[in-house]
Write a protein that binds this ligand. Structure first.
Ligand code: FPP
Length: 228
């Protein structure tokens, strides 16, 4: 079967809490299983020739959750960045982050910086982790930077076009071809609004901890069907 593999896949990793609830487990157990699922998926997508994978790890809204859950997630990020992505790094994938550092602890920032530093020269793919991220924030932030550059004479208003605007975002990434949101919710939830202008959307029912290689293949099959 021949089809065009999506260049940039983005995943809203939803349903960790419901996965745990169904099994009478704490929500944090769901996040732990979600981290395991992400480890496997992040290894698999690049084998399928996807070039960019973006994931929604933590939104600017997520600070409203119970302190216990937020603390657990932050520790899980640190641990995962240290232990879970060796295979991705070995494949020559560059790890980057989108979002703001504000409110993040020094330990989390250090773990993020270690990952980016270690993989900065990698050329075989990009793993974009959206952490403390909001799509509207990203657009506003870019707009402020552009307007400063206009005021300082670095660029002219007439030069502003989508390509230029893209360069002012947290990262200058290609457009999203396929957006997957697990757990059966049909919402975008302020994720990569600019980048998903032309994306195909796929909403599998499975909760993220159960999103595996087989489920990813189904998403690719869906894209294949959409192309005809
Ligand atoms: C949404 O599910 C999930 C999150 C807010 C956290 C996502 C985090 C992971 C998958 C852990 C690993 C991540 C990295 C980057 C190492 P939810 O808790 O809102 O689920 P619910 O809607 O069922 O309550």
């Amino acid at each position: 079967m021949k089809y065009k593999v999506p260049n940039h896949v983005a995943i809203i990793m939803d349903g960790n809490g419901r996965w745990a609830q169904k099994r009478n487990l704490k929500r944090t157990k769901g996040h732990q299983k979600g981290a395991e699922a992400l480890k496997k998926i992040s290894e698999y997508v690049y084998d399928k020739k996807v070039k960019v994978l973006s994931v929604f790890a933590f939104s600017t809204e997520n600070w409203k959750r119970d302190k216990e859950e937020v603390d657990y997630l932050m520790d899980l990020f640190i641990k995962s960045f240290k232990d879970n992505f060796d295979a991705v790094k070995k494949k020559g994938v560059k790890v980057i982050f989108s979002g703001v550092k504000e409110k993040l602890s020094n330990k989390v920032i250090k773990a993020m910086e270690d990952m980016t530093e270690e993989t900065k020269d990698n050329k075989n793919g990009i793993f974009n982790i959206c952490l403390n991220y909001g799509g509207q924030d990203e657009i506003l932030n870019a707009t402020k930077k552009i307007s400063k550059d206009v005021s300082n004479g670095v660029i002219n208003t007439d030069d502003i076009n989508p390509e230029l605007f893209n360069k002012y975002l947290f990262n200058d990434l290609p457009p999203i071809d396929l957006l997957i949101r697990t757990s059966g919710e049909y919402r975008i939830s302020n994720f990569m609004l600019w980048q998903m202008a032309y994306a195909e959307f796929y909403f599998p029912k499975v909760h993220f901890p159960d999103f595996n290689e087989e489920e990813f293949d189904k998403a690719l099959l869906y894209i294949f069907i959409c192309q005809y």
